[in-house]
Design a protein around this ligand. Structure first.
Ligand code: PQQ
Length: 625
């Protein structure tokens, strides 16, 4: 069997092909180029993530594989797992992400108010320190999809926290003392922070949230030592602000040319045009590229975003995967999945890097399960899409992606007119669109096992009715412009989710486990051939990596929207997960909403959840007896 590679080679020289022609964009790029260096990955992150006994990054490694080489827990004994210990976070609402484990210390974070705890694993989880940020609670009102936080990052003895109010804070991992704090955005304009930071070399990289408030999306790098801003790359606007080089940044293998974003917007709508970066970031040390996706264009009402001729217009670079140099921020390539979005299919889901066979040839792939229901296998060096297939058969808004390089619609999805929500500018309630706005998959990250060669994907099986309405922009106020109602995918198994295994070389589902609710928890694959995930009812489940057969389940205190992680301590393998129902799917319970159209349509769709679980906030850790 083909062995896929993990991240390695931490000190490579900048790849000639990915070096951007700096200076051509004028002063801004000349300035960012001053920060270019030749060493690449953060050595400490690379060292810690290569030790399977630790869980040193939210995604397990730079490749976002969420795979552990630990194999003490395997398909035979996983049924014997017992709760080893638990920890109450003292906070209710959605608990996303996971703790980190470095040098026998576990770093636990919470949703707003974003408390952090350091627990000493050598002293039965004794609290070494805790950090409670002071934040204006007004920020809660501008968080679209619950008060979630996807976890802290660690490098060089420092914990990096990205707070709800956008502050990026560096804490001394030994003492919890604040080292520096940077302000990344303005909550008064609707900007917030939920995404986990990524540390590459001397930079901590963070995105922003708020595309439901007309926020202009950006990705920003801060110096890990002092919090000084190194570069900022917007998703929309002039070339020197999106850090695209017209001649060297490519899309579908060709230079993007001048004003690649500006010319795809009507007037200056790009200034309130969304494209936030609130998902997961990955990094290839060899190519020296970071990868991330951008969110929806604002507003959700497509008629308000039509071009000057009243026709659809792309709104670049929202809804796109972008590969950037981590030292300069300059883009190597970009690929837009859903031009002129009409359904809120944000493109932010994780990019999993793996070298896998596609059409008989091993390629450096980036695999991305998009909200729009298509799974993309892309050459991560060139940005050329190789495979784009539906990962849920109910997806109906598109008949697929045109992958013919000679075609005038190369790289674009073919939209099924009936499910377009842009009906000649009229506000029509378009029914039966699959998937719903929260996509076939949302923030819940998938895992990849180099052993099986398969991707394990937590998915949503939900459809919607979508009725656009006119909305005017006021800073800091919702700028949504559509009423959505969500419901279980009709004519199927009756549940709102599936947990699937995916062959990304072929673009095929290998097996699929039906679930009653969307699987809003991140998966973990292990060398024990076991795959773990949590459910919204609160089960931690273990299934066989080979055929998806259920091997273990345990009902935790609250619904699970966190990501399963694993580590080893004193010779024993532990598996843990946060419980605490919430996130967009659980917003009804988390925020106490009952009107079915509230929570951007999720309240009605997931109303049944309250029969199974309740609010919580705890960590449950399992091991073999
Ligand atoms: O456009 C944005 O800025 C933005 C931010 C967030 C967020 O930060 O949590 C979500 C979304 N959009 C979104 O579209 C979405 O489906 C979503 C789900 C969740 C969640 O944590 O369950 N957050 C978000």
């Amino acid at each position: 069997m083909l062995q896929a590679r993990g991240p390695k080679d931490t000190n490579l020289i900048l790849d000639e092909e990915t070096k951007m022609a700096k200076g051509q964009l004028g002063l801004a790029l000349t300035l960012v180029s001053m920060f270019a260096t030749t060493a690449i990955a953060n050595d400490d992150v690379a060292k810690n993530t290569s030790d399977p006994k630790q869980w040193a990054m939210q995604s397990g490694d730079y490749y976002n594989q969420r795979y552990s080489k630990l194999d003490q827990i395997n398909t035979t004994n996983v049924k014997d797992l017992k709760v080893a210990w638990t920890f109450s976070t003292g906070v209710l609402r959605g608990h996303e992400g996971s703790p980190l484990v470095i040098d026998n210390v576990m770093y636990v974070h919470t949703p707003f108010p974003n408390n952090v705890y350091a627990l000493d694993l050598n002293s039965e989880g004794k609290i070494l320190w805790s950090y409670a940020p002071k934040q204006d609670p007004a920020v809660v009102a501008i968080m679209c999809c619950d008060t979630v936080n996807r976890g802290v990052a660690y490098a060089d003895g420092t914990i990096f926290l990205h707070q709800a109010d956008t502050a990026v804070v560096a804490l001394d991992a030994k003492t919890g003392k604040e080292i520096w704090k940077a302000v990344n955005g303005d909550p008064k304009k609707g900007e917030s922070g939920t995404a986990a930071p990524l540390v590459v070399k001397n930079a901590v990289i963070v995105g922003n949230s708020g595309a439901e408030f007309g926020v202009r999306g950006h990705l920003t790098a801060y110096d890990i030592k002092n919090g000084k801003r190194l570069w900022r790359a917007y998703a929309t606007g002039p070339d020197d602000e999106i850090l695209f080089d017209p001649e060297r940044t490519t899309s579908l293998g060709k230079p993007v040319g001048r004003d690649s974003s500006l010319k795809t917007w009507n007037g200056d709508q790009w200034k309130i045009g969304g494209g936030t970066a609130w998902g997961w970031f990955s990094y290839d040390p060899e190519l020296n590229l970071i990868y991330y996706g951008t969110a929806n264009p604002s507003t959700w009402n497509p008629a308000q975003r039509a071009g000057p001729d009243g026709k659809p217009i792309d709104q670049k670079w929202t809804m796109a995967i972008i590969a950037r140099n981590p030292e300069t921020g300059v883009a190597a390539w970009a690929y837009q999945m859903t031009p002129f979005d009409e359904w809120d299919y944000d493109g932010v889901n994780e990019m999993i890097l793996a070298d896998i066979p596609v059409n008989g040839e091993v390629v450096p792939a980036l695999v991305h399960f998009d909200r729009n229901g298509l799974a993309y296998t892309i050459n991560r060096k060139t940005g050329i899409p190789l495979v784009a297939e539906k990962f849920d058969p109910v997806v109906n808004w598109t008949s697929g992606v045109d992958l013919d390089p000679k075609s005038s619609t190369y790289g674009r999805p073919k939209v099924v007119a009936k499910y377009s929500t842009f009906q000649n500018g009229e506000d029509v309630n378009v029914k039966g669109i699959c998937p719903a706005a929260l996509g076939t998959k949302d923030q819940q990250p998938a895992a990849f096992s180099p052993k099986s060669g398969l991707f394990y994907v937590p998915t949503n099986h939900v459809c919607m009715d979508y009725e656009p309405f006119r909305v005017s922009y006021t800073a800091g106020q919702p700028y949504v412009g559509a009423t959505v109602s969500m419901y279980t995918a009709p004519n199927s198994h009756g549940g709102m989710g599936n947990f699937i295994a995916w062959d990304a070389g072929k673009g095929e589902i290998k097996w699929s486990v039906p679930e009653q609710f969307s699987v809003w928890s991140g998966a973990l694959a292990t060398a024990g051939d076991v795959v773990f995930y949590g459910t919204l009812e609160g089960y931690l489940k273990a299934v066989s990596a080979v055929d998806g057969k259920e091997l273990f389940k345990f009902k935790t205190a609250s619904g699970i929207v966190g990501n399963v992680f694993t580590y080893e301590h004193k010779g024993n393998q532990f598996v843990g997960v946060y419980s605490g129902v919430g996130g967009w799917a659980g917003i009804g319970l988390a925020a106490g909403l009952t009107n079915p159209n509230d929570g951007l349509g999720a309240v009605g769709g997931y109303a049944g959840l309250k029969q199974y679980t309740n609010l919580g906030g705890s960590l449950t850790v399992f091991s073999l007896p």
